[in-house]
Design a protein around this ligand. Sequence first.
Ligand code: HEC
Length: 200
Amino acid sequence: MNSNQNPPSPNQNKSLVDEALIEGHEYDGIKELDNPLPAWWLFTFLITIIFSFLYWIHYDLTATGPSTSAELEMELSQLQALHSAATSKEPSVDLQSLVKNSKALEVGQGVFAARCAVCHGAKAEGQIGPNLTDRFWIHGKGTPEDILQVVSKGVLEKGMPSWESMLSATEIQSVSVYVFTLKNSNPPNAKAPDGTEIKE
Ligand code: HEC
C-alpha cells in the first residue's frame, strides 16, 4: 500500500500557503490571499477589453463597419453574381445598340452568306427557309431578340438548324442584327410570306 495516496492532513495543507501572500484580512477563519494573476492572463484580458471597445466604436457608435445584415446582403449579392455568371453562358448584350454597329453588321453579313444563304437565299429573299426581309414572322415579331432566339435554338422539326453549338455567341448576335436590318429591303424574287404580318 502506498501511504502517499492518503488525503493531505490539514497541517500539510497549511504549509502549501505562502505566508507572505496573506493580506492579513480574515473573515470567519478564511484568510484573504494576495495572489496576483499571471501576466499573460492579465494581458490577454486587457486586450479583449480594448478590442471590444474598438469593436463597439467601429460597428456601433460610428457605424463605419457594415452591420451583420449588410454583410449578409453583400455576401448574398456576391453569390447571386457568381450564380448568374455560372449559369448564363454569355453576358447579355444590348442588341439594339449592335444594330447600329457597322462592324457587327459586317460580321453578320459574312455569317449569313456562309451559313444561312443556302436556305434563306443570298439576299434573305427566301428559298427552303422563309423570306426574312418581309414583315411576316412565324416565330416572334421579328425583333433582334426574337431572331436571336430562333437562330440559337432553331426549329428542328421544320428544318431550321440550331446554331448555338455551331456559331460563337458573337456570330449569332451579329447575324441576328444583320437579319433584322434586312427588313423591308424588298429583294428580287422574294418568296411569298409565311406566318403573321407584324404591323408596327
Ligand atoms: C437547312 C436550311 C436552313 C438554314 C441553313 C438556315 N435556316 Fe433559318 N429557317 C429554315 C426554315 C425551314 C425555317 C422555317 C421554320 C418554321 O417553319 O418554323 C427557318 C426559319 C428561320 C427564322 C424564323 C423566320 C420566321 O418567320 O419566324 C429565322 C430568323 C432564320 N431562320 C434565320 C436563319 C439564320 C440567321 C441562319 C444562318 C445562321 C439560318 N436561318 C439558316 C431553314 C434554314
